[in-house]
Design a protein around this ligand. Structure first.
Ligand SMILES: Nc1ncnc2c1ncn2[C@@H]1O[C@H](COP(=O)(O)OP(=O)(O)OP(=O)(O)O)[C@@H](O)[C@H]1O
Ligand SMILES: [Mg+2]
Length: 499
């Protein structure tokens, strides 16, 4: 008998439905066709054991399985459950006409229990788009798939529950989850707050500007100055995630198999990979392509603490995604793209010993050491960081001060207002949402200077020997400073602060 069942393959952050035909005929053998990888080819062993241990069997006949579309490579062990159900129906061990109305996915253990899958959210989105009635998947992935409404999502623990459902012996109910309501109810902000940081008013101002315009920022300062402390507090002043952003980011985490219990993410991600990270782990890739840290940080913050400690080539591979806000990974037969729009926050000591130009420091670095240290960070990378700021340690009397500092919530209010102005400004410009994303064309249109500001900028460029890229950066940052003041035009004060 010939039976059709459906699974799904994930490429990048999108899913494609896979039609699986199972035919059982006279003869003997287990034949899989349609570009399956080794993990799928090995499925027969897992399926045989899982069925046996639940009182069913792999029929001793000729089983032919065809996975379509044939030109798409199918990977991994998540089709075990799909194949098992197909075989049970095709061999008459289950009587059901409904299996083709559902997407069925999960990796089988030998006892018939299910292991989690990757990409449950994109698969659920596709299933709904294509009019499937429901989606069976391992219980561990239930919350992420249930984000999709108008799709019956069933989280199951073992193959028996699925069999019972199709035989009409089950009272299992689909998961109900009101995405919108849950999202706004649980919208959450990080525990770290700027009110913990004593003094450092000017640095906090820089962080506010960075957050308001989405500018990348690097904090340069000696050990203990509070760089890590400040960076960790940046997400607390970013605007709350929109539902659309939350979906985008959760999709990426779903593809990486790293969605937390809550399902839809309600906080901007803050990723701080260690400096020993590999290229692939940072930007994504691998033989089964997976999103890297820069994509896990999509719509949030990527924090590279101690920037010069990262391997130079690791930082180099990040340059293109920083510009494009996505990363494309090419393989012989396909390419995948992962979104990677994040705010880069970096920190570094001014020299390997941590001290620079500080006569009171006992340890200073030789010029050679300094050169080697700085050469790890390429100019083009630094050019993509709009705000460079020096952090000096706060003096003791500030640290011990009892005065209450402004908290993150009130800083965030100003940031949100400035972002609203930018959203309006770039309404017709599609790809651009905030000032940091402006291209030179936008800069020419939105950062027009009056004569006084022009002169100020000109003399600063000459005196400080600034590059053309630095010129653009100053204009972008000045635009954000003006937006924080709700000023339509950039004036010389804005330019001066930006410089
Ligand atoms: N402005 C501040 N207000 C309150 N505490 C501070 C401040 N600056 C530093 N500290 C304290 O000093 C500790 C060290 O700061 P932090 O780890 O952020 O320094 P760092 O600049 O990242 O140093 P390193 O270069 O060694 O990584 C913090 O955990 C915090 O307790
Ligand atoms: Mg630190």
């Amino acid at each position: 008998m010939l039976v059709k069942v459906y699974g799904s393959a994930v490429f990048g952050v999108e899913a494609t439905t896979i039609t699986i035909e199972v035919n059982i005929d006279k003869g003997i053998g287990y034949h899989l066709v349609g570009l399956p990888d080794n993990a799928i080819k090995e499925s027969s062993y897992r399926i045989a054991a899982a069925l046996k241990n639940n009182g069913y069997q792999l029929p001793g006949k000729k089983i032919t399985i065809n996975m379509a579309p044939a030109d798409l490579r199918k990977e991994g062990s998540a089709y075990d459950l799909t194949l098992a159900i197909g075989i049970l129906v095709a061999s008459g061990q289950i009587q059901s006409d409904d299996v083709d109305k559902y997407i069925i996915m999960g990796e089988l253990s030998l006892d018939g229990s299910l292991q989690p899958i990757r990409g449950a959210l994109p698969i659920a989105i596709k299933a709904k788009e294509e009019g499937f009635k429901g989606f069976f998947l391992p219980k561990q992935n239930l919350k992420e798939a249930a984000i999709v409404s108008e799709l019956e999502v069933y989280g199951v623990e073992n193959v028996q529950e699925v069999i019972d459902f199709f035989e009409g012996k089950s009272t299992m109910e689909p998961a109900v989850f009101d995405t919108r309501e849950e999202f706004y109810k649980t919208l959450d902000f990080p525990d770290f707050d700027f009110s913990d940081v004593k003094g450092q008013e000017s640095i906090k101002r820089c962080m506010e500007i960075a957050a308001a315009g989405g500018h990348n920022i690097i904090l340069i300062g000696p050990p203990g100055a509070g760089k890590t402390m400040l960076a960790k507090r940046l997400p607390s002043i970013l605007p709350p995630m929109t539902l659309r952003e939350a979906l985008e980011t959760t999709k990426i985490h779903s593809v990486a198999g790293k969605v937390k219990d809550a399902g839809l993410m309600n906080q901007r991600p803050f990723r701080s990979p260690h400096h020993t990270i590999s290229n692939v782990a940072l930007v994504g890739g691998g033989s089964y392509p997976q999103p890297g840290e820069i994509s896990m940080a999509h719509n949030g913050v990527l924090f590279l603490d101690e920037l010069p400690e990262f391997k130079r080539e690791v930082l180099e591979v990040m340059r293109q995604p920083l510009e494009d806000r996505e990363v494309t990974i090419s393989r012989a037969k396909f390419t995948v793209t992962y979104p990677a729009s994040f705010m880069l926050v970096a920190s570094m000591n001014p020299s390997p010993s941590g001290f620079f130009n500080n006569p009171s420091a006992s340890m200073t670095s030789s010029p050679n050491e300094m050169n080697r240290y700085m050469s790890k960070i390429s100019g083009p990378l630094l050019d993509r960081i709009d705000i460079h700021i020096e952090v000096t340690p706060v003096p003791f009397d500030k640290l011990s001060e009892e005065r209450k500092m402004e908290n993150s919530a009130s800083i965030r209010e100003r940031v949100i207002k400035a972002r609203e102005i930018q959203a309006l400004r770039f309404l017709e410009y599609g790809q651009v949402n905030y000032n940091a994303q402006m291209t030179s064309r936008h800069i020419r249109e939105f950062c027009v200077l009056e004569e006084k500001s022009k002169q100020l900028l000109r003399s600063a460029m000459e005196r400080l020997n600034l590059s053309a890229r630095a010129y653009d950066r100053i204009l972008k940052v000045a635009r954000t400073i003006a937006d924080l003041e709700n000023a339509a035009d950039i004036d010389s004060n804005h330019i001066a602060e930006a410089i």
